[in-house]
Design a protein. Structure first.
Length: 120
C-alpha cells in the first residue's frame, strides 16, 4: 500500500503523538515485529513515547539492520496517509490518539518512514 499525502485539518496534541508512539514501540506494540530498538537521537533521558512530541528524533533499529529516523513532521505525514484506514479516530476536528491501536500505530510509523506498508 502506497500512501498519498492529503492535508487534513485536524488538531493533533502532544498526548496524541505520545499515545501513537507508545502503542507502536512499547510492550506488545504494533511495530515490534520489525523494529528491534528505539532510542532518542538526543536527550537520552526523555521516555521514548515523549521524544517526538517534544520535537525530538527517534532512532529506530529495523529488522533490515538499518537505522531509521522518525521525526514529528514524518509522523504527521504518516498519520495523514493512514487516516483513511483508521476508523473513528477523529472527533470533530480533534484526533483522539487513544483510539488508535497498535496495528494502526504501526501503520502510521511505517508510512512515516517508508511511505508504504513494508512489514505486515
Amino acid at each position: 500500500m502506497k500512501g498519498l499525502v492529503c492535508p487534513i485539518n485536524i488538531r493533533i496534541t502532544n498526548q496524541d503523538i505520545s499515545s501513537i508512539i507508545d502503542k507502536a514501540m512499547n510492550t506488545g506494540g504494533g511495530s515490534l515485529h520489525w523494529c528491534y530498538g528505539a532510542e532518542p537521537k538526543y536527550n537520552k533521558g526523555i521516555p521514548i513515547n515523549e521524544v517526538i512530541a517534544n520535537g525530538g528524533t527517534l532512532l529506530l533499529q529495523g529488522i533490515d539492520g538499518a537505522t531509521h529516523e522518525l521525526t514529528r513532521d514524518k509522523l504527521i505525514i504518516g498519520l495523514q496517509q493512514a487516516l483513511p484506514y483508521l476508523d473513528n479516530v477523529i472527533n470533530g476536528i480533534n484526533l483522539d490518539g487513544t483510539l488508535i491501536d497498535g496495528i494502526g500505530a504501526d501503520l502510521i510509523v511505517q508510512l512515516a518512514l517508508f511511505n508504504e506498508l513494508i512489514y505486515d
